[in-house]
Design a binder for this molecule. Sequence first.
Ligand code: SF4
Ligand code: SF4
Length: 279
Amino acid sequence: MPAPLSQHPCFSAGAAGRIGRLHLAVAPDCNIQCNYCNRRYSCVNESRPGVTAEILKPAAVHSHICDHLHREPRIGIVGIAGPGDPLATPAMTLGVLRQVKKDFPQLALCLSTNGLTLVEHLDELAALGLEYLTITVNAVDPGIGRFIYSRVYADGSILKGREAAEYLLQRQLMALEQLQQLRITVKINTVVIPGINHHHVSAIARKMSDYRVAVMNCLPMIPVADTPFAAYQEISTPRLRETRLSAQVWLPQISHCRRCRADAAGLLTGNCSPKAIPA
Ligand code: SF4
Ligand code: SF4
């Protein structure tokens, strides 16, 4: 059986005050460019683009986890969510996850990715015991995705425009297809950008419901300086509610996500996360 939603604070609101999570900010690089992301900030996939205090060295991971468990014994999940895409540096990410599972078998593993190279690593992720996975899917129509992604790296070349969005979506769907055979609990994150994809979120949810996706998290984009979307407004709370309701027809929604930093630690209900999103 896949790991239960009730044992991950982000996948289930009921677990948020009970189980803590620790993000290991070991992954600085990315293999795509989202128009809301500035590399000086942490990844919007998971998703408050606050600066991570530092990139954690893999060699420091063990003592980092020990320190945090000492401070907050309720931490039950260890994840990698940035500040870039963890699978842009797969050897490092898989090595860290493997080591964490070996040293801390009582902790569940979690990973967040844009999904570009996920399909290449799924067997290994399943074999090392990954329990929870988040894929950020911002469009299931390349005609919309082309406004969100300015570049996608593919086998040594750089794709742009519709071709980039098409390639990313194709790779995400391949991974989702393969995930149906694996015992990994899957969440979809969608960064909601007014005027770009907010009207498309229910179509994303509908498409994702064809796969074994447990839950969806619609995150308002936070406009970040020096990005193409810097001047866009964050979606209003009533509009976000409507968006979530339209998606809920197809997939269960969560509304307690706190758009955490890539180095967040502790309970979601604690002070470790900078800004909660109104439900
Ligand atoms: Fe930034 Fe994450 Fe998008 Fe990469 S996937 S460009 S790190 S928001
Ligand atoms: Fe959980 Fe924070 Fe990630 Fe949201 S950003 S899914 S609350 S760890």
